[in-house]
Write a protein that binds this ligand. Structure first.
Ligand SMILES: [Zn+2]
Length: 432
């Protein structure tokens, strides 16, 4: 990884769109101003241009539900494999010893991996801690947001349980946190915790992003959440919603009507819920992925993210929105186009960010992935990518692969003792 200032781009040539069309793209500042068939003359600006022949261009990725403060703590914690309760116990023991600079280092590493993948907007939860200093993680992530300003957009959500005093939420919001969050389904009195979180958000006039109904058969807080925020003017989202994956079609349809009326964005988190859910089942293991395909059909705003990365809640993860998209296809049964929408424009939509993508008038947050088609971007997820944030190149990864030529047939007779050694196989670049 090397650092140079971002370069503003005024034109992109020979990029393939999700539709398969080959286009040129004109950019003015932060905005896409024209998308035309490749080879069509664009206004001459004298600015920097990119030739993206061999790449597919989409809206940049967005991570609508991360935990940068927890990320990449797996090796330090060495937690047992297990479900959500065990993960929370492991994390809370480690959190007693949390260090601001160490948290910042882990969070930065994760954020930059995301940026290299093409994720230019991240909404991350940050734990309000139980020790004497509740804001260690908050301060680390506020610093990170400042460090990376101009490269990616970072939003912070204060994540606190029922024992965290209102004053600590207020201190976090005063310190720069953007939204109120929590996990009311985990509280002894889920509706009381839900009501309190909504009250804090209303009093501070900020958005809400709640962990909601993250169990296969536990508390229903989404119904009450929807009733409470219908008609409100701030962004509101519900992450996980695992319980919805177990609902029969007719029950889900009724709830979807309420969620749509409340304009709550539903965020599926496939990789983390595939890991955390279903530990009680020794066969027919449920997947635990919020049914965003059915919800989208019902008119609900939907998105998907990765949630945790290499921490007690998820030991794996590549910080790549296309990994999430691939899981939505294989484990969530979405079409590749819908899966990519969920991790790009859908994610930006539930976060309340401006529409982005290779569309005239859209924000020029784009990712180009070396591939022949949109399906290939999801399937192969080449690391060979170019990432634009607000019209500027903020990351570029170039991959070179060499594969040996197939072996020559074995000789039928032994070569003479003085014959030269056979040449090594020729290595040929694959272009991917
Ligand atoms: Zn989460």
């Amino acid at each position: 990884m090397s650092a140079a200032p971002p370069v503003s781009i005024t034109a992109i040539h020979n990029a393939r769109l999700a539709s398969g069309a080959l286009v040129d793209i004109a950019i003015d500042g932060e905005t896409v101003v024209a998308v035309v068939p490749a080879g069509t003359p664009l206004p001459e600006t004298g600015g920097e241009t990119l030739d993206l022949a061999g790449y597919v261009v989409t809206a940049a990725g967005a991570e609508p539900h991360g935990h940068l403060d927890k990320s990449q703590s797996w090796d330090a914690i060495q937690p047992p494999f297990g479900d959500l309760v065990r993960a929370i116990e492991s994390w809370q023991a480690f959190a007693q010893t949390l260090d601001e600079d160490e948290t910042l280092d882990r969070a930065r590493s994760t954020a930059l991996r995301m940026l290299a993948s093409g994720i230019t907007a991240v909404r991350t939860h940050v734990d309000l801690l139980h020790g004497a200093d509740a804001l260690i993680g908050v301060r680390a992530l506020v610093r990170l947001r400042e460090e990376l300003r101009g490269l990616m957009d970072i939003e912070l959500v204060a994540l606190g349980g029922p024992t965290v005093p209102d004053a600590v939420f207020d201190a976090a919001l005063d310190a720069g946190v953007d939204l109120v969050g929590g996990a009311p389904h985990l509280a002894d009195d889920p509706i009381a915790d839900l009501d309190r979180l909504i009250a804090i958000a209303r009093r501070r006039d900020v958005g809400l992003d709640l962990h909601t109904d993250e169990s296969l058969a536990g508390a229903d807080t989404l119904t009450a959440y929807a009733a409470a925020v219908t008609g409100w003017h701030r962004p509101r989202t519900a992450g996980h919603c695992v319980r919805l994956s177990m609902m029969p079609t007719e029950d889900l349809a009724a709830l979807a009507d309420d969620v749509r009326a409340a304009d709550i964005g539903i965020i599926a988190l496939p990789i983390t819920n595939l890991y955390l859910q279903g530990w009680d089942a020794d066969h027919a293991v449920p997947r635990g992925i919020a049914p965003i395909g059915r919800l989208k059909t019902a008119g609900v705003r939907v998105a998907a993210g990765a949630d945790n990365v290499r921490d007690p809640f998820n030991p794996v993860g590549r910080c790549d929105h296309l990994e999430t998209a691939s899981l939505l296809v294989a484990a969530g049964h979405l079409a590749p186009e819908d899966a990519v929408d969920a991790v790009t424009t859908g994610a930006r939509d539930v976060m309340g960010l401006p529409f982005a993508g290779p569309v005239a008038g859209a924000r020029a947050d784009l990712v180009a992935v070396r591939a022949a088609s949109l399906g290939e971007t999801v399937a192969f997820a080449s690391a060979d990518r170019v990432v634009l944030h607000r019209g500027r190149v903020v990351a570029r990864t170039t991959v070179t692969t060499r594969i040996a030529a197939p072996s020559a047939p074995a000789p039928t007779t032994a070569p003479p003792a003085d014959a030269p050694a056979p040449a090594l196989p020729t290595l040929v670049p694959t272009g991917k």
